[in-house]
Write a protein that binds this ligand. Structure first.
Ligand SMILES: *[C@@H]1O[C@H](CO)[C@@H](O)[C@H](O)[C@H]1NC(C)=O
Ligand SMILES: *[C@@H]1O[C@H](CO)[C@@H](O)[C@H](O)[C@H]1NC(C)=O
Ligand SMILES: *[C@@H]1O[C@H](CO)[C@@H](O)[C@H](O)[C@H]1NC(C)=O
Ligand SMILES: *[C@@H]1O[C@H](CO)[C@@H](O)[C@H](O)[C@H]1NC(C)=O
Ligand SMILES: *[C@@H]1O[C@H](CO)[C@@H](O)[C@H](O)[C@H]1NC(C)=O
Length: 345
C-alpha cells in the first residue's frame, strides 16, 4: 500500500519533470502566423508556421514539434511578399510605382491626346495579380465635325466609325459667292472637340459706279456678290487710274475704285526732252497730247557753269506744268544754243 503522502510527492516529481520542459510561446516571424498559438506547449505538441496571405516562403509551411528539451528548433522560414507581373510601362502614358509587391498600389496617367481607358490605379493582390485589370491609354477621338452653314468639307479623313484622332484636321470651303470668316481648318483637340469652325456668309457688293469719261462692265445679276468681278475702261484720251478689273471682297467692298484721268495738252512748241530714257521731240511725240501719268525730263541751262541739267514734268489728270527753268527760244533767235545741245553738268 502506497501512502497517500508518497503518491502526492511522486506525482509532484513527475509533474516537475514534465512541466520543466514545456516549450514557450514561439517567436514571431514577419508576415507569418503560428497555429495553434499558445503561451506554452508540452513536449510532443506540434505547431505550424504559415505565411500570411500575400506572402510566400520557398518551402511553403514549417511544422515543428516541441522537443523534450523545451527549446523550439531554429526556424529559418522567411515569408516574402508576392510580386505581381511587371507593370512599369504604359504605352502613351506613365506609371507611378515603388515596387510591384503585395500590397502596393500603382497609379497611371496618359499622355496628352490619350485618355485612361480603365482605372486610375491598381493594387497587387494577395494572389499576386493586379486588381482591377491594368488600363490602357486610348487615343482621344472627335466625332465628325459639324459642317457650318453654306460650307462643305474639302478635306477630311475619318477613322472607322467616322471619328477622328486627336490632331487630325478637317478643312472647309464655302459655297460659291459665300465668303469665309475664320480659319478654314479645324483640328481635333485633346478634349475630343474641334477647334473653332469657320463661318460662311453671303456677301453683297454695291453696283459699281460708272467713272466720268469711262465705263464699267459687270455681270447682269440681281445682286453682285463675293468674288464677282467688274471691268473698267475710259473714253478716247482718258486713262484709267487703277486696275482694269476689280473684285467684290469679303467685306462687301470692291478691291479698288478706278477712275478716268484726262490727258494733257503740251504748251511747249519746240523742245527735246527725255521720255522713257530716250531723247524725243516733244512736239512730235505728244502732238495728240500727253496721257495721264506720262513723265518727261526737260533740259535747263546752268548759266554760270555753261552746262545743262534736267528737271521732270508729269501729266496729272489734264495738268502739265513745264519746269520754270526751261526757256523756250523764239524760233527767230537762231543764234541761241538750246539747252539740250549744251553739255551736261
Ligand atoms: C478601351 O480599351 C479596350 C481594350 O483595350 C478597347 O477595346 C476599347 O476600344 C477602348 N475604348 C476606347 C473608347 O478606345
Ligand atoms: C460615316 O459617314 C458617312 C458619310 O457622312 C455615312 O454615310 C456613314 O453612315 C457614317 N458611318 C458611321 C458609322 O457613322
Ligand atoms: C488655321 O489653323 C491651323 C491649325 O488649326 C494653323 O496651323 C493655321 O496657322 C491657321 N491659319 C490661320 C490663317 O490662322
Ligand atoms: C472643347 O472642350 C473644352 C473642354 O471641355 C472646352 O474648354 C473648349 O472650350 C471646347 N472648345 C470648343 C471650340 O468648343
Ligand atoms: C469699304 O472700304 C472702305 C474704304 O476702304 C471702308 O471705309 C468701308 O468701311 C468698307 N466697307 C465695308 C463694308 O467694309
Amino acid at each position: 500500500m502506497i501512502s497517500p503522502a508518497l503518491f502526492l510527492f511522486s506525482s509532484f516529481l513527475c509533474h516537475v519533470a514534465v512541466a520543466g520542459r514545456t516549450c514557450p510561446r514561439p517567436d514571431d516571424l514577419p508576415f507569418a502566423t503560428v497555429t495553434p498559438l499558445k503561451t506554452s506547449y508540452d513536449p510532443g505538441e506540434q505547431i505550424t508556421y504559415f505565411c500570411k496571405p500575400g506572402y510566400v516562403s520557398r518551402g511553403g509551411m514549417r511544422r515543428f514539434t516541441c522537443p523534450l528539451t523545451g527549446i523550439w528548433p531554429i526556424n529559418t522560414l522567411r515569408c516574402t511578399a508576392r510580386v505581381c507581373p511587371f507593370a512599369g510601362i504604359l504605352e502613351n502614358g506613365a506609371v507611378r510605382y515603388t515596387t510591384f509587391e503585395y500590397p502596393n498600389t500603382i497609379s497611371f496617367s496618359c499622355n496628352n491626346g490619350f485618355f485612361l481607358n480603365g482605372t486610375k490605379s491598381a493594387q497587387c493582390t494577395e494572389e499576386g495579380i493586379w486588381s482591377p485589370n491594368l488600363p490602357v491609354c486610348s487615343p482621344v477621338t472627335c466625332p465628325p465635325p459639324p459642317t457650318p452653314k453654306f460650307a462643305v468639307l474639302s478635306a477630311y479623313e475619318p477613322l472607322a466609325g467616322n471619328r477622328s484622332v486627336y490632331g487630325k484636321q478637317a478643312v472647309f470651303k464655302c459655297l460659291p459667292n459665300y465668303a469665309m470668316f475664320g480659319n478654314d481648318t479645324a483640328t481635333c483637340t485633346a478634349h475630343g472637340n474641334w477647334t473653332q469652325l469657320p463661318e460662311c456668309r453671303e456677301v453683297k457688293c454695291p453696283f459699281p459706279i460708272r467713272p466720268d469719261n469711262g465705263f464699267v462692265n459687270y455681270p447682269a445679276k440681281e445682286a453682285l456678290t463675293y468674288k464677282d468681278k467688274a471691268t473698267y475702261g475710259c473714253h478716247d484720251t482718258y486713262v484709267l487710274d487703277g486696275p482694269e478689273e476689280v473684285e467684290c471682297n469679303k467685306f462687301g467692298n470692291w478691291s479698288a475704285q478706278p477712275s478716268c484721268k484726262a490727258s494733257c495738252k503740251v504748251s511747249v512748241k519746240k523742245a527735246t526732252v527725255i521720255f522713257e530714257g530716250e531723247r524725243v521731240k516733244i512736239q512730235e511725240k505728244f502732238k495728240n497730247g500727253m496721257l495721264h501719268g506720262q513723265k518727261v525730263s526737260f533740259f535747263c541751262k546752268n548759266k554760270e557753269k555753261k552746262c545743262s541739267y534736267t528737271e521732270d514734268a508729269q501729266c496729272i489728270d489734264g495738268t502739265f506744268e513745264v519746269p520754270s527753268c526751261f526757256k523756250e527760244h523764239s524760233s527767230l533767235a537762231f543764234w541761241k544754243t538750246d539747252a539740250w545741245d549744251v553739255k551736261p553738268c
